[in-house]
Design a protein around this ligand. Structure first.
Ligand code: ATP
Length: 371
């Protein structure tokens, strides 16, 4: 049985402090995997704890399967939580830890087949007869996951369950969590500060800042169509380039962005963005430009839809599968095109002459702008 979770303008105030969560509204469908993403202290854990019933709701309404749930005790919510610090019973074997929730449900039932099946699913059959202290961090986290599964909850709440693990293991377990929750079909809310984790796991991602929901959407939506500068800057590696610009849109046609030292002439034909921009004539806006929308080349090599920007190469960063070129285009703006994808049109060696080379950037104009 899976459940829908609805938060209607939910707020949390601790004592007299400002609201830790401020009028938070979110609708999670049965079986959906939603990630709460945001910087430290933005209220993610508080949202999770209110859903679990571990924290009272100051204002607003929580509904489980459409039924008011603000006052349900944690035990009546059929919710299992997985934390970053594993929380296993140290004096029980791993088998007992995983079977413990079953014992509570049915003291005389035979737990062995269920525990074995869960352990198989998690790949921890070999460690069942050891104690938690005899496990690696990753194994311990799997046992914690196993215990959560044993409760056969209709909702999983996971609070940064992978944050204590090293990068390789984190990536592997991430894929396993995605697979597992899909198999179980359980509604899941997952908290993280790691945008890559959020993008790879969530059916939808809810981005928070200072207790306030900034945007909720599919990973594709929040990456390609961020609703504000905070979301644009929080999502994506390398970070989006944010440029200050003044819109220049004379009535006799044409449109350009004044970037201080240079102008970016926007290509025809007019798109929706152009129409929006025309209204901003003379106003200052912030332009968001993703790395992969730029490449290094010569103006004469511009392809249809590309417009040139001129800048000075400051340094390059080789990262194996890609290389990033930091180019100063004036007035404290740095563009970071990916040198190797799409393929470079001038050699990386030339670019290494720090500050000497006047590389030219070609920019495909497809980014949304935010005022
Ligand atoms: P992190 O990613 O660091 O875990 P978070 O986004 O989960 O952060 P919360 O733990 O929900 O953030 O905290 C939100 C705000 O509420 C913070 O400013 C925090 O200091 C405050 N807060 C959390 N718990 C309490 C509490 N029990 N009493 C008072 N303030 C609290």
């Amino acid at each position: 049985m899976t459940r829908s979770i609805t938060l209607q303008s939910v707020s949390k105030r601790y004592g007299r402090a400002a609201r830790a969560v401020d009028r938070f509204t979110l609708d999670v469908k049965p079986g959906e995997f939603v990630v709460l993403l945001g910087p430290s202290g933005c209220g993610k854990t508080t949202v999770l704890r209110m859903i679990a019933g571990l924290e009272t709701i100051t204002d607003g309404e929580l509904l489980l399967d459409g039924e008011p749930a603000n006052h349900l005790s944690p035990g009546d919510r059929s919710i299992a939580m997985v934390f970053q610090n594993f929380a296993l019973y140290p004096n029980m074997t791993n088998r007992e830890n995983i079977g413990f929730p079953l014992r509570v449900g049915d003291p005389r039932g035979d737990r062995r087949p269920h525990v074995d099946a869960t352990a198989r699913m998690l790949g921890i059959e070999d460690v069942l007869d050891r104690y938690p202290y005899q496990l690696s961090g990753g194994e311990r986290q799997r046992v914690a996951m196993g215990r959560a599964i044993s409760r056969q909850p209709s909702v999983f709440l996971m609070d940064e369950p992978l944050s204590n693990l090293e990068a390789k293991l984190r990536n592997r377990l991430r894929a396993e969590i995605a697979q597992l929750t899909k198999e179980l079909g359980v509604t899941t809310i997952y908290v993280t500060q790691d945008q890559a984790e959020a993008m790879s796991l969530g059916h939808r991602v809810a981005v928070m800042r200072g207790g306030v929901l900034q945007q909720v959407g599919t990973p594709r939506d929040i990456y390609a169509v961020p609703e504000n500068v905070f979301v644009a800057a929080f999502i994506g590696t390398p970070r989006i380039n944010l440029l200050q610009a003044v819109v220049h849109a004379p009535l006799d046609g044409g449109m350009s962005l004044d970037l201080g030292r240079q102008r970016l002439n926007l290509p025809e034909p007019l798109s929706v963005d152009h129409q929006l921009l025309r209204i901003q004539q003379g106003r200052q806006i912030i332009v968001g430009l993703r790395s992969e929308a730029t490449r290094v080349g010569l103006p004469s090599q511009a392809r249809p839809g590309e417009v040139p920007l001129t800048g000075t190469v400051e340094y390059t960063e080789y990262q194996g599968h890609e290389a990033l070129v930091y180019v100063n285009i004036g007035s404290r703006s740095a563009i970071v095109p990916n040198l190797e994808s799409p393929r470079p049109t001038i050699s990386p060696r030339r670019l290494r002459n720090r500050g000497k080379d006047n590389g030219t950037m070609l920019t495909r104009w497809k980014e949304r702008m935010n005022t």
